[in-house]
Design a protein around this ligand. Structure first.
Ligand code: ISL
Ligand code: CA
Length: 567
């Protein structure tokens, strides 16, 4: 067992497994818990320490497990409690920790609590959810749902509305009721007893809804602001910290949309005793706004914002987003180099980095040709809304293919074998159209490999604490060239240099930072160095001007998507 209160997770690298799409073990076409076991060794080889598993509790699957109907049992299609216990054990043997995804903002409408709650206005569990009488025959207030439409559903039986910030099959819990908070603590302790030492807290920024259920001000476009990241949310989290997280030394990451570096610090400043760290989403909107060239600028502003007294949980993709190489890199000739460089940005960041399954192989978006290949009904609903509002169908279709969260839910391409090595049956969602060329097996055996570069990055990060704890100073702010200086009080320092675009660029170092901070450093990693194992120069068009051990030159010549570390 990990030592309570030690910050072991600060040195950790985390990896997200979306169980459904990771590996099927029994041929039913759905990824499952036993399917994870045979991959533990390669995850260990990669260097990851924490495995975040997407929700595995029993669920009617309106939202792939983010709608829980029983917090104490395992979704049958994912396996049994014994399978999960075995996974926890096997992970522990390898010194890895399982992070559980707690979906506590809402339950499924099929959860027995909700069934009771909706049965009558005086049921003892009525107050476990958010019910309100109609306002002039309409919704009680003007709150919107993230999945489109209003956040209220009318229930004919008792003639009142219940609140659902997500789908109407995901009614929101009433956190103001202490009975609910006690139930949720009991659930957390049940899983802690099973050996879980890390939690990801789903949509946790939404738990502190204003008690008066007030309207959002008419001058804000969306209602999200009134119930996001409120003071009440912090109060509830402090209670959980004292009673659940702190006593057992739990690593927590809260999913907190709508945060700024300032408000993020309220959650993660350790003095406030709330969460170890949070996921924030500023950078994921860059692509929607055609601003992905400003990734570095956005990224470093958060890094600076959190690098004092707070801890970040940097990520580039997850099960709700497009593939990172498609969103911020290049899918064509520079796919591999850009996937490597993005991995570099991620794995040298301040905070506990989260890799999303498949990112370590540079898997791009799938871009299916048929609409019926996609599965997520909530993104489909949004598309229909756009069409209804007169958007051009081709444009909607193309942007859907780029943005839909189904992109990251396509089953992992493990090999060029039939069914991509994911299943022996018929997969729950179509396989990646490129799986024969782009897959885990071919990447690991290629001359230029994303996996091996990630592995090298993690190895260096763990060996050189300056890459984890060193003071973070950014020397170029605007990108696409990023230069970051890291420095420990002991004098140990590092220089991280990256070119996040497909052009050759040069960077003059003359007036950048304090020369003494990096004049003695030597190049120890680049994605353009000859691979030691293969012993060849990897890119035929560029001479390797940099050699291992080279010093930082006054003029840095950076190839497309080159990523370097000097130590
Ligand atoms: O709050 C947001 C933006 O400000 C949203 O992005 C929100 O955080 C996000 O949609 C929440 O996602 C999580 O909860 C959902 C589930 O569908 C997602 O898969 C999950 O990651 C409902 O449980
Ligand atoms: Ca299965």
């Amino acid at each position: 067992m990990k030592q309570p209160n030690s910050d072991w997770w600060k040195k950790a690298v985390a990896y997200q497994i979306y169980i459904r799409s990771f590996q099927d073990s029994n041929g039913d076409g759905v990824g499952d818990i036993p399917g994870i076991l045979p991959h533990l060794d390669e995850l260990k080889e990669l260097g990851v320490d924490v495995l975040w598993l997407s929700p595995f509790c029993t669920s009617p699957n309106d939202d792939n497990g983010y709608d829980v109907s029983d917090y104490y049992s395992i979704q049958p299609e994912y396996g049994t409690m014994a399978d999960l216990e075995e996974l926890i054990d096997e992970a522990q043997k390898r010194n890895m920790t399982i992070m559980m995804d707690l979906v506590f903002n809402h339950t499924s409408d099929e959860h027995p609590w909700f069934k009771e709650s909706r049965s009558s206005t005086n049921n003892p569990k009525r107050d476990w959810y958010l019910w309100a009488a109609p306002n002039n025959g309409k919704e009680p207030n003007n709150w919107d749902s993230f999945f489109g439409g209003k956040a209220w559903e009318f229930d004919p039986q008792t003639q009142e509305f219940y609140c659902h910030i997500f789908s109407k099959k995901q009614p929101d819990l009433n956190w103001a009721n202490p009975a609910i908070r006690n139930e949720l603590k009991k659930i957390s302790l049940f899983w802690i007893k099973k050996g879980i030492r890390a939690f990801r807290l789903d949509a946790i920024h939404l738990i502190g809804k204003p008690l008066d259920l007030r309207d959002f001000p008419s001058n804000t476009k969306k209602s999200f602001k009134v119930w996001e990241n409120t003071q009440l949310t912090h109060t509830y989290l402090q209670e959980f910290h004292a009673e659940v997280f702190e006593p057992y030394g739990i690593f927590t990451v809260g999913e907190t949309g709508g945060t700024t570096p300032q408000t993020a610090r309220l959650y993660t400043n350790s003095d406030r005793k709330e969460l170890s760290t949070i996921f924030h989403f500023d950078h994921v909107h860059l692509r929607d706004n055609h601003e992905r060239h400003s990734l570095f600028k956005n990224w470093e502003s958060w890094q600076r914002g959190l690098s004092k007294k707070a801890w970040d949980a940097p990520f580039l993709s997850n099960h709700d987003l497009a593939r990172s190489v498609s969103a911020y890199g290049e899918e064509g000739v520079w796919r591999i180099r850009s996937a490597q460089a993005l991995g570099g940005l991620l794995l040298t960041s301040w905070g506990t980095p989260f890799i999303y399954q498949g990112e370590e192989y540079g898997i791009p978006n799938a871009y299916f040709d048929e609409r019926q290949s996609y599965r997520d009904q909530h993104s489909a609903y949004l598309v229909d809304q756009f069409l209804k509002h007169g958007y051009v169908p081709d444009e909607v279709w193309n942007s859907w293919r780029s943005y839909t969260r189904d992109n990251s839910r396509v089953p992992i391409s493990w090999s060029s074998q039939p069914k991509a090595g994911f299943t022996t049956g018929s997969p729950w969602m179509p396989l990646h159209p490129q799986y024969q060329q782009v897959n885990a097996h071919s990447d690991r055996n290629a001359e230029v490999s994303v996996f091996r570069f990630f592995q090298e990055l993690i190895r260096l990060r763990k060996k050189n604490q300056v890459l984890i704890f060193g003071d973070y100073r950014v020397l170029t702010k605007d990108g696409p060239i990023g230069v970051i200086s890291r420095r420990m009080r002991t004098g140990e320092s590092a220089l991280v240099v990256m070119n996040l675009c497909s052009n050759v660029l040069t960077q003059n170092m003359k007036h950048l930072g304090r020369k003494q901070d990096y004049s003695k450093l030597k190049l120890c990693l680049s994605n353009y160095l000859p691979d030691k194992r293969i012993g060849v120069v990897l890119h035929p068009f560029y001479k390797p001007r940099s050699e291992l051990g080279a010093a930082v030159t006054e003029e840095l010549y950076l190839r497309p998507w080159e990523f370097r570390i000097y130590l």
